[in-house]
Design a protein around this ligand. Structure first.
Ligand code: PRT
Ligand code: ZN
Length: 226
């Protein structure tokens, strides 16, 4: 059973790197958010909007399945989920309303520092650990390199030391984590930022009007931050 409501539903990361910035953006747009720490749903007091606070990995699917109307998510997660859903013959439709000014990072391949690395061809036949198997697979295919991909949900950066993989493919921002684990970045395979996405089939007039009102405010807040 799906609960019908014509309040606009926005999915945001509950706790993590995108939570604060997503919430701050909405607050700066004038939304009065009633936040109780452990709650799944936060009501916006002065507009017909509810925030759904979930794991970032669930956000693309919630929007693609039409369970949420909008979502704040990293392009890395969005693209990975899209590729996976295409393979699984599930819907993967969405519209990007805005590319945001936070959550910037890159998805990179890294190898042990002592490795003599010349090019991606050096990884032929080797094993790479990652949380992003679809993005990595797409990149390796483009380059014509065959590798074994090991799918890890966490602790990717320790995989080479633990003898689980020859290389890793993980998110990087400052590079400090790679360095602390004796790894060096050798290929950037994807550059990511946070985006605001909308479900494709949104048709409710009231909700569309609300989004139309919200978008110039979001652009305004981002310009003010420049
Ligand atoms: O619990 P939930 O599933 O919601 O959260 P999560 O743990 O999966 O994600 P989270 O909160 O870590 O990241 C959410 C999103 O933030 C990512 O999907 C990216 O879009 C974005 N982002 C931006 C990053 C980073 N920067 C980043 N540096 N996500 C992860 N990292 C990791 C990086 O892999 C490294 O392990 O942070 C660590 C520190 O990075 P360095 O390079 O500065 O050392
Ligand atoms: Zn996650």
């Amino acid at each position: 059973m799906t609960v019908t409501t014509n309040r606009l539903r926005i999915a945001i990361q509950k706790s993590g790197r995108l939570s604060q910035d997503s919430q701050a953006l909405l607050t700066n747009c004038g939304l009065k958010i009633n936040l109780r720490e452990q709650r799944l749903i936060a009501h916006v007091e002065n507009m017909d909007i509810d925030l759904l606070r979930v794991r970032d990995d669930d956000i693309p699917g919630l929007v693609m399945d039409g369970v949420c109307d909008l979502g704040f998510v990293g392009e890395n997660v969005l693209e990975e989920v899209s590729l996976q859903r295409q393979l699984d013959n599930e819907s993967y439709d969405y519209t990007v309303l805005a590319r945001l000014d936070f959550g910037g990072c890159r998805l990179s391949i890294a190898v042990p520092q002592e490795e003599d690395y010349q090019s991606i061809k050096d990884l032929e036949g080797r094993t790479i650990a990652t949380t992003y198997p679809r993005l990595l697979n797409r990149y390796l295919k483009q380059k014509g390199v065959n590798c074994r991909i090991v799918n890890l949900k966490g602790s990717v950066e320790v995989a080479p030391r633990a003898g689980l993989a020859d290389a890793i493919c993980d998110l990087v921002s400052t590079g400090a984590t790679l360095e602390a684990n004796g790894l060096k970045e050798v290929e950037v395979i994807y550059r990511s930022k946070a985006v605001l996405i909308q479900r494709r089939d949104l048709a409710d007039e009231k909700q569309l009007k609300l989004i139309k009102k919200l978008m110039p405010r979001i652009q305004g807040v981002m310009q003010a931050n420049e």
